[in-house]
Design a protein around this ligand. Structure first.
Ligand code: COA
Length: 420
């Protein structure tokens, strides 16, 4: 028994944001039926290819535990199949460009006519308003959602982050909306539209930066390094480098080996409750009461002195020494170190998956661990791998119907079929 067992998802998503959402729902137990264009499929199947002829890691890592049906939704028979899918499924998830579903003939009104219990969940770049028609990708969302203007160093360019907060972050928000809509449907008996825009999703994750924007009205942000460095504040939340967002003096410090290893660093926070232990640990017990050191607000520039100590230890030694004393530190882990981490493998956060075209590869498993809904990560489907199975077993088409649908060109690439 899985949490979402029995829930059928018509997965009309592509690229990253939508597939992140439906992959999570699949891990929670939903039956996710990915509808893809015949002969083409999700564009990511053939993006950033590392094994010629095989589905890319970009695709495989975002589409585990799903089934794939190919269907031309612009073909008359394809539309007929899509209608049956809409009548059969509980949730339709899509992240097409604005208006694409309407142009196919599947407006929200039409979908409700076909299935009043349907939950239609969409990712769009922007919410309603002047940018609602824009196509949007990850970095556009990071810029428009306030992340880029607040990431980086005060004297440098705005920066995008490695975490895919625009795509995967919005997919996560959408998944929550869908689960809530399923819960509400239990009582109302009705479906509803769920919309998350990537700009909104990024801004939600940048909430503390809007907090700081308003605090600026009361004067400079004294916990920012910029304040300690005497750099005047402008009228917008500035980039804060590696400052801790919570007002505790902290940043990234060099560790042993930093000269050659780009990741030999640790995050270090001089939180008030840990200060005395930090002083003892680094062999400076007099700092506990020393003027210019004792108060958190005085300590920003003291991180340079603490760095003299962290530079004598590896990032893992710093972690091992600090953790037992409840001093919070964070080693800067490379993707190589994370991929080799035995602990992450043991919990299923890093998983090894076998794939018929590409062999074994590593993926990130489900980050949500539920005691009564275990997750087994299975490989992503090949393009159209489950077309016949879905048409006959899920939608109840007979063998002769299947032949008719096949002959119509609705489930195969007509050009490829003609060439065969
Ligand atoms: N059968 C027939 N046609 C299909 C199809 C199928 N199974 N699946 C998709 N199509 C068609 C669509 O109907 C659309 O046709 P139209 O332009 O005639 O209406 C066409 O394929 C292209 O779809 P679109 O979504 O516009 O893809 P794109 O590659 O041009 O744009 C994005 C990609 C991501 C920019 C765009 O989808 C988008 O902005 N999505 C919302 C925001 C988002 O999720 N962005 C992040 C992605 S990680």
């Amino acid at each position: 028994m899985k949490a979402l067992e029995g829930v059928k998802i018509l997965d009309f998503t592509h690229v990253q944001s939508g597939p992140t959402c439906t992959q999570l729902l699949a891990w929670l137990g939903a039956d996710v039926i990915k509808v893809e264009r015949p002969g083409v499929g999700d564009a990511t199947r053939k993006q950033l290819v590392d094994v010629p002829g095989a589905d890319s890691l970009y695709f495989t890592m975002l589409n585990h535990n799903k089934r794939s049906i190919t269907l031309n939704s612009k073909n008359a028979t394809g539309k007929e199949v899509l209608e049956r899918l809409i009548k059969t499924c509980d949730v339709l998830v899509e992240n097409f460009a604005p208006g694409a579903l309407d142009r196919m003939g599947f407006t929200w009104e039409r979908i409700q006519e076909l299935n009043p219990r349907m939950i239609m969940a969409s990712v769009k770049g922007f919410g309603p308003g002047k940018y609602e028609d824009c196509k949007v990708y990850e970095n556009v969302a990071q810029c428009a959602g306030g992340s880029a203007s607040t990431t980086g160093f005060v004297d440098g360019l705005p920066l995008v982050t490695g975490a895919q907060i625009g795509d995967s972050g919005t997919g996560l928000h959408l998944a929550l909306g869908i689960v809530a809509a399923l819960y509400q449907r239990e009582k109302s008996g009705r479906g509803q539209k769920v919309l998350t825009s990537m700009q909104d999703g990024v801004l939600n994750l940048c909430r503390v930066k809007l907090r700081d924007q308003q605090r600026l009205a009361a004067g400079p942000l004294t916990e920012y390094s910029q304040f300690g460095d005497g750099v005047p504040f402008g009228d917008a939340t500035p980039r804060a480098g590696n400052d801790s967002g919570g007002g505790q003096p902290g940043r990234i410090l060099k560790c042993k080996g930093w000269e050659t290893d780009p990741n030999a660093y640790t995050y270090f926070i001089t939180q008030a409750p840990a200060w005395e232990k930090i002083c003892d640990l680094i062999g400076e017990p007099e700092w506990k009461t020393k003027k210019g050191y004792a108060k958190p607000s005085e300590r920003l520039d003291k991180l340079n002195e603490i760095e003299q100590w962290t530079m004598t230890r590896t990032k893992f030694e710093v972690m091992d020494l600090c953790n037992p004393l409840d001093i919070p530190v964070g080693p800067i882990l490379s993707m190589k170190e994370i991929s080799e981490d035995e602990g992450l493998r043991a919990t299923g956060t890093i998983v090894e998956v076998d794939h018929p075209e590409r062999g074994k590869y590593l993926s990130v498993g489900c980050p949500i661990k539920m005691s009564d809904s275990p997750v087994e990560v299975t490989r992503s489907p090949l393009l159209g791998e489950h077309t016949e199975e879905i048409l006959t077993q899920v939608l109840g088409y007979s063998a002769s119907d299947f032949d008719r649908i096949k002959a119509s060109g609705a489930i195969s690439d007509q050009k490829a079929a003609a060439a065969e």
